[in-house]
Design a protein around this ligand. Sequence first.
Ligand code: TRP
Length: 447
Amino acid sequence: MKKRAQFATRLGVIATTVGSAVGLGNIWRFPFEAGAHGGGAFLLIDLFFIFVVGVPVVCAEFIIGRHTGSNVRGAFRALTPNKAWGAIGYLGLFASVMILSFYSVVAGWTMEYVYQSLSGFGGVSSVEGLHGRFDSFATSDWRPLGWTIAFLFINYVILSRGVEKGIEKMSNVMMPLLFVILIVFCVNSITMPAAGKGLRFLFSPDFSEISPKVVLSAMGQAFFSLSLGLGCLITYSSYFKRDTPLLRTAGVMASLDTLVAVLAGVIIFPAVFTFGMEPAAGPKLVFEILPSIFSRMPLSMMWSTLFFLLLFLASLSSTISMSEICIAYLTDEHGMSRRKATIINIATAMILGGLCALSFGSLGDFTICGMTLFNLFDYVSSNILLPVGGMAISIFVGWVLDKSIVRRELTPTNCSAISRLMVASVIFCLRYVAPVCIALVFIYGLL
Ligand code: TRP
């Protein structure tokens, strides 16, 4: 049997898992979801789901992935004779293509914005002018469609080269750079006239804003942002080495992921209030606000180009992790060549992503349950499929999987009393807290 590819270094493990987690989910999705659902209250519930429910489920995915060294489908087959659990694998495959499709549309927007930054946004610098530019672009059909296809094509080129070479090297350089530039923008935003109002919106929770819908959205956001629930992390951890500490990796990943989302909020909300925008503007929020922020900075063209370029790269490291789920499955289970598997995955996403891209223009009137195709894909995958996948994974590892495997995988080599306590808490969360929380949020949120 061919030896499975592995990440080369410890830094590589962190950089790639963080590379998967950090992306549009933090910088685009978090601000607009928080903006639409009450700011501080949303952040507070998001934090709860990330650290109390998310981190244990991340560990659960890591345990399954590293123990079996296998793709989503193969992993469950190796662990249990009961075929029903294999459905989690199929759910993951289905949801990953769905997310890849609408995600690529937004990644395409970032490419358009790199291009627009280089051309100085056509000389427009007024807040109104910059806001209008997004609408005229997104509704123009051909341009968004073209960028979506172009973005997926770049994914294809990187993915067909294999795991170590492509993904790991890029993440090692890109992630630290992204942090630095986010800090610069935070400092810039904090000095804006309405900074206080923006920061209060983000950090002081107004409990009257909390409703079952807000809780469901915050749970969806936590899962989306951690790349959780559809076996993406099972697939990645199958490339981990034996001595990679799972709990620590999960903790570092969740902390850095949360930090980026909070930084994005600190950048966006002071500007939202300074420019008199509505925080609940939806998916276009970030794309309308950012150019206005940059246009007020010295060297605006440089900052704007650099930022959208990094956002594009961050999206790329996330979509690569989504595609890897399908590619690992098709190559391992169906003996396909990596190239052929990549073509199937990317071509499907091009068709579905193309339809999502048009849902801001020509297909804008085509709605299902009152949502355009783009919104529907986002809602169904983030708020339903990811939590269902996460719940199934936590029940599987908490109740079905052999306890000795769970302990062996989680316990680091030189185990202190604290790590023993942590391991016990993670197992407790997987057995009781995560399944019960997710089930309750569903019952209330979807009714
Ligand atoms: N977490 C990524 C982001 O925040 C998106 C992502 C990558 C993802 N892989 C995933 C979401 C798997 C759900 C499942 O941008």
